[in-house]
Design a protein around this ligand. Structure first.
Ligand code: PAF
Length: 290
């Protein structure tokens, strides 16, 4: 694999590589979830580009940015086991990404996507994601770009960005990978102490416990039960748990019963000690089939 830390260097290598191009954007501190995206890109495209860049523009909290784990040597080591000689890793510094060229600034209207859940709790976060993903798409010009479904709302935001400004990029959502106790894999898990990390199983256990509701269960009842379930674990506090339509991310009415449910996604953010974790689950309604 080739490692490039300047745009021009990356572009020069891209010009000489043929076939379809897969792109996996990351902020490093790679884990098996990222590697599954890289594998999917390798399986379905001719060559793969992975970017490693901790994007300051998407952190609304400077302490969170400072504490974000960084392990570039380990990341490159992990990638070297998967990537081939035609594949590239782009490891820019902030100055290489943000060059102050006004033509590179964009602002797309995210509407509801920027007002709910992560948008409401992390003001400006998705603007920062859109800013960097737009630049990376413009530099790399991928045919396909791979994103994890753990960041469910981010995936919806990136799909919107692509449909507005990069219609030729196919956005591929890849399933959440979980640790053996059910905790969704995330670079932030490294910041959990071992006690909290073990007990963080409460998040997925609670979500999955309510994800096949009885026909008469309402959205309000399920929300309360999930929040109480997670918050009953010492040191855990739910920031939000919303049941939304997976394509629009509009909240489902609190009085809606599971018997009337078509497609529900449950999205949660939890403070586990001082680390913020997110997860989500698709509800199933076996009684509504046929
Ligand atoms: O999901 C992430 O790691 C980041 O938000 C992304 C997509 C790499 C943009 O910085």
């Amino acid at each position: 694999m080739i490692v490039a830390n300047r745009r021009e260097e990356l572009k020069a290598h891209l010009e000489s590589s043929g076939g379809t191009r897969g792109f996996v954007p990351t902020m490093g501190s790679l884990h098996k979830g990222h590697l599954s995206l890289v594998r999917e890109s390798k399986r379905t495209t001719g060559h793969t580009v992975v970017s490693i860049f901790v994007n300051p523009a998407q952190f609304n909290d400077s302490t969170d940015l400072e504490k974000y784990p960084r392990n570039i040597e380990r990341d490159l080591d992990m990638l070297s086991g998967l990537l081939g000689p035609d594949d590239l890793v782009y490891t820019p510094q902030t100055e290489d990404i943000y060059r102050g060229d006004p033509r590179e600034e964009i602002d797309i209207e995210l509407g509801n996507l920027d007002r709910v859940m992560e948008g409401a709790f992390r003001p400006g976060h998705f603007r920062g994601v859109v800013k960097v993903v737009n630049l990376l798409f413009a530099i790399i010009k991928p045919d396909k770009a791979f994103f994890g479904e753990k960041d469910f709302q981010q995936l919806a935001v990136v799909r919107k960005l692509a449909s507005h400004l990069h219609p030729d990029v196919e956005i591929v959502g890849c399933p959440i990978l979980r640790e053996s106790n059910g905790l969704a894999m995330s670079s932030r898990n490294e910041r959990l102490n071992s006690d909290i990390r073990n007990r963080a199983s409460v998040i997925y256990r609670t979500l999955s416990g309510y994800s096949t509701p009885a026909p008469d269960d309402t959205v309000r009842e399920i929300r309360e039960a999930v929040i109480n379930g997670v918050d009953s674990e010492e040191g855990f506090r739910t920031e939000y748990f919303e049941i939304v339509d997976p394509s629009t991310l509009q909240s489902i009415k609190p009085t809606c019963r599971a018997a009337e449910g078509l497609s529900w996604q449950g999205c949660i953010a939890v403070m586990a000690g001082d680390v913020r974790l997110i997860d989500n689950i698709r509800f199933s309604f076996p009684f509504n089939k046929g």
